[in-house]
Structure formats: structure tokens, C-alpha cells
Ligand binder design. Structure first.
Ligand SMILES: Cc1cc2nc3c(=O)[nH]c(=O)nc-3n(C[C@H](O)[C@H](O)[C@H](O)COP(=O)(O)OP(=O)(O)OC[C@H]3O[C@@H](n4cnc5c(N)ncnc54)[C@H](O)[C@@H]3O)c2cc1C
Length: 433
């Protein structure tokens, strides 16, 4: 049997980071023909597309330093320009802190219900919302919930926020107090709220520059592309790759957790059953090339909560970083709703109609192409069964010295920075630090 001290499955940011930081005798196994996973960039006729957004929000000093070392040619710092389009008007992001401009009855319901919710919270300060739906009604009131947060998230996940727990919300959902909501209704809010108020992006080459730079720091002889394991045995500590068993001291997997379980021959029935309870919405989106500049009135992305649009968000990477589209042109990524599935021709028609409605294009002919893309894993659905099942599975692997990390390995809602940090932590554990 072959032997490596460390086997790392998957060469997205978490696998690459693990390899960079563990060093020594590792083998990095990647199914695709290139490293990068979700951070790969696609070139269509000179338009560079990411898997939708992929903007870097860095908070950790070690990751900031690492990224600066990896991309010495520079990063652009961009101030977020995000808006919401509903009831025929644009408002600022986040919705709950930027209600100004909404039609009067909508605005009134949002503010009045937010005040009522604050009064309820004051009367019952310890109440713990059981679901994301309860959390939203508790913190923002029914108006903000029903006009934006509930319909938007239903489109994104494809399930009702009543099925989802509030565990993941703290970092991603800004919670203004009542004064903040009223300021937003008066148009005097702090528009830079939220974790992604500014972001970084590589000056050249799309986000894939980052995983490529990480790969360049690794020994090419230790990376196996177009390769995937066919079986794993965690008690005997081997991975079967291309029909041969390779033993390891440490296994780090960044494969989607249900797939790791399926590959693990000695996973008991309880673990297999737990894996069956993990749910995830797919990532379905359309890469669009436009013959005009600066669509969406210069916004980087627009949230669309209304059911009449079969997409929940439309972004323009080239509005943030013009070099991502050829001169005089621009690009869009259109993230498709998961609670409805329109045929592709209808989606293209709806994209054109939306762009006309907001004045970005005059004619369908300004759409140069629409390339549909699908990825089976998008957003983990944090329902109650998920929380328990995820813990059971991760504990099983941890008890067998397998670290299952990264966005789908840890079955979580994370960012590129988190994935890099996951790899650093995994490497530290391997090195016994
Ligand atoms: C729609 C969307 C938008 C996002 N936008 C942002 C953003 O703006 N900013 C941000 O910071 N983060 C963003 N993220 C999060 C970011 O993409 C992830 O946190 C990060 O890329 C996860 O890296 P990973 O290595 O954990 O997973 P992945 O990138 O999924 O890597 C896993 C790797 O494993 C490989 N693999 C899978 N199965 C096998 C197998 N059987 N054998 C071998 N290899 C296999 C895959 O090919 C892949 O290369 C976004 C995520 C999504 C879904």
C-alpha cells in the first residue's frame, strides 16, 4: 500500500490552505482539471465570470497578510453598491435600515410593525426565536419580514424561513435598532451597514488568481488533478484512489459531507441516516454578456424579493471591476430562484424585461449571450434535523481523526476567508500545535 502522512481531498480554498500550511508529506486530490473549486473563474469570449459574486471580505490579520503575499500585483478595494428593487423602486441595502423611497403604505407597515416588535421584545426580553422566520418577525416586525426578508430568502433557499433555524444569522443579517430603522425610513441611515460594506478583489485575472497563487506555492508532484477517491476506511486509515489503497496518518476532507459519508465504507448506519437528513439548495445562475456599459445604474448587485422575477439577485461584476468585461461591454450574473423553475427561454425573457424596466437596456439585442450554470451545492439549509445530523457526523469523523472542513465539508455557510482559516486550523492540528 502507498502511504502519505496527510491526504487532503478537494483543492478549493480550504484544501489548498491545508496543503500550504501543513507542508511535509501530503497528497492533494482534486476531481476537476483545475484547482479552486467555487473560486474558479470562467472566461466566455473575454468576459470573466465567477460562480456569482465572490468578493473578498477579510477580517483576520493572518488571512489579510497571506492574501497580500499571494497577490503582490494588487487588490482593488471596492465600496459596496447594493440595492433592493421592489414595488417599482430602488432602496438601499440592507432593506431593514433603508426603507426610504418605498410606497407610503409599505413604508408605514414596515415602520409601525418594527416599533410593535420592539415593544414586544421589551416586554419579553428573553424569548428565543425557534426559526429564522420567528427571528425576523421578532427583530424587524411583520412588514420588513413580509416585504423583503421572507420572500427573498424563500427564493434563495427554495424553502420557507419557517423551516430554517436562526443559528447562522448573526454575522450575515444586520440588525438595526428601532432608531436605525426609523433613520432608514427617513433616508438618514448609515448605508455602510453589514459584513460586506467594502470588499477586495484581485486587480487582474478574476478571483481564480487567488487559488492559482496558492497552488503556485505547492509542490506540483503532490497535487493529483482529475482524480477522486472511490472508497475510504477511517478505522483502517486508507483512501482508495484509482483502484489503489493509500494509507494516511491524517485525512482532511473538503468534499461535501454527504459525499464523504457515502465514500466511507465503515460509516455506521446512524451516520448514513444522519447524512440523509442534510439538505442544500443548488446554485443555479446565468452568466450574461451585455453590449452596453454600466448596467443596473452602476450597482454591484440588486436584490429582488418579488415572485414575478424568477431570480433573487442580479449582480454585475464588471460594474465593480471593469476589467472583468471587454471594453465597452459589461457582465451580469443572475442568481435563479429555487422556489420556482422557469424554462430557460422564459428566464432570458424575464432578464431582458427586468433590464428594460429599470432602464439598463433598450432592446433584447443588447444581451449578447446567456450561459446557464448549475452546481449541486449552493446554500446549506439550516433546519432542525440538519443541526443535529451535522454534529453527529462531524463528531464521528473527528473521533476517527478525520477533519471534514470547508463550506460543504463542515456543512456550513461560510466565506472564502473562513475556508482559508479552516485550512490553517486543520494544518495546525496535524502538526500538533
Ligand atoms: C453563490 C456563492 C457565492 C459566494 N460568494 C462569496 C463571496 O462573495 N465572498 C466570499 O468570501 N465567499 C463567497 N462564497 C463562499 C466561498 O465560495 C466558499 O467559502 C469557499 O470557496 C469554499 O471553499 P471550499 O474549499 O471549502 O469548497 P469548494 O470550493 O467547494 O472546494 C471543494 C473542492 O473539492 C472538490 N471535490 C468535490 N468532490 C470531490 C471528490 N469526490 N473528489 C475530489 N475532489 C472533489 C471540488 O471540485 C472542489 O475543488 C460564495 C459561495 C457561494 C455558493
Amino acid at each position: 500500500m502507498h502511504k502519505h502522512d496527510v491526504i487532503i481531498l478537494g483543492a478549493g480554498l480550504s484544501g489548498l490552505s491545508t496543503a500550504m500550511h501543513s507542508g511535509g508529506d501530503y497528497l492533494l486530490v482534486e476531481r476537476d482539471e483545475r484547482v479552486g473549486g467555487l473560486t474558479r473563474t470562467e472566461d466566455i469570449d473575454g468576459f470573466l465570470f465567477n460562480h456569482t459574486g465572490h468578493w473578498l471580505h477579510l477580517r483576520n490579520d493572518d488571512v489579510k497578510q497571506l492574501v497580500a503575499d499571494l497577490l503582490p500585483d494588487g487588490m482593488l478595494t471596492v465600496d459596496r453598491k447594493a440595492r433592493i428593487y421592489t414595488h417599482g423602486v430602488f432602496t438601499g441595502y440592507p432593506f431593514q435600515a433603508n426603507l426610504a423611497g418605498l410606497p407610503a403604505p409599505v413604508l408605514r407597515a414596515c415602520v409601525q410593525n418594527a416599533v410593535e416588535a420592539a415593544v414586544r421584545r421589551a416586554a419579553k426580553p428573553r424569548s428565543r426565536p425557534k426559526s429564522f422566520l420567528e427571528y425576523v418577525r421578532h427583530h424587524f416586525g411583520d412588514g420588513i419580514a413580509d416585504y423583503f426578508i421572507v420572500p427573498y430568502n424563500t427564493k434563495l433557499w427554495g424553502v420557507s424561513p419557517g423551516e430554517v433555524t436562526a443559528d447562522w444569522t448573526q454575522r450575515f443579517v444586520p440588525v438595526p435598532d428601532v432608531a436605525g430603522i426609523v433613520d432608514g425610513a427617513l433616508g438618514t441611515a448609515d448605508r455602510a451597514m453589514g459584513y460586506n460594506a467594502t470588499f477586495l478583489y484581485p486587480a487582474a485575472g478574476g478571483i481564480e488568481s487567488l487559488p492559482r497563487a496558492m497552488e503556485s506555492r505547492l509542490d506540483p508532484g503532490r497535487i493529483r488533478l482529475k482524480t477522486q477517491p472511490s472508497a475510504i476506511n477511517v478505522s483502517e486509515k486508507w483512501v482508495e484512489i484509482e483502484g489503489e489503497r493509500t494509507s494516511y496518518d491524517h485525512l482532511v476532507s473538503t468534499l461535501p459531507l454527504p459525499e464523504l459519508v457515502a465514500l466511507t465504507r465503515d460509516a455506521p448506519g446512524t451516520i448514513r441516516r444522519a447524512a440523509g437528513r442534510l439538505r442544500c439548495s443548488p446554485l443555479r445562475y446565468v452568466n450574461v454578456g451585455l453590449s452596453i456599459e454600466r448596467p443596473l445604474d452602476g450597482s454591484h448587485w440588486i436584490y429582488l424579493p418579488e415572485a414575478r422575477f424568477p431570480f433573487y439577485r442580479v449582480g454585475s461584476a464588471s460594474n465593480a471591476v471593469p476589467s472583468l468585461a471587454p471594453p465597452g461591454r459589461s457582465s451580469l450574473y443572475v442568481e435563479l430562484a429555487n422556489d420556482q423553475q422557469a424554462p430557460q427561454e422564459d428566464v432570458v425573457r424575464a432578464i431582458a424585461a427586468f433590464l428594460k424596466e429599470i432602464g439598463s437596456i433598450r432592446d433584447e439585442s443588447e444581451l449578447l449571450f446567456a450561459a446557464f450554470r448549475e452546481h449541486p451545492y449552493g446554500y446549506v439549509i439550516y433546519d432542525k434535523p440538519c443541526a443535529r445530523a451535522r454534529r453527529t457526523i462531524l463528531d464521528f469523523f473527528d473521533g476517527n481523526q478525520v477533519q471534514s472542513i470547508g463550506r460543504y465539508g463542515a456543512w456550513t455557510y461560510n466565506s472564502m476567508e473562513d475556508a482559508i482559516l479552516d485550512g490553517m486550523v486543520a494544518a495546525r492540528r496535524i502538526r500538533g500545535l
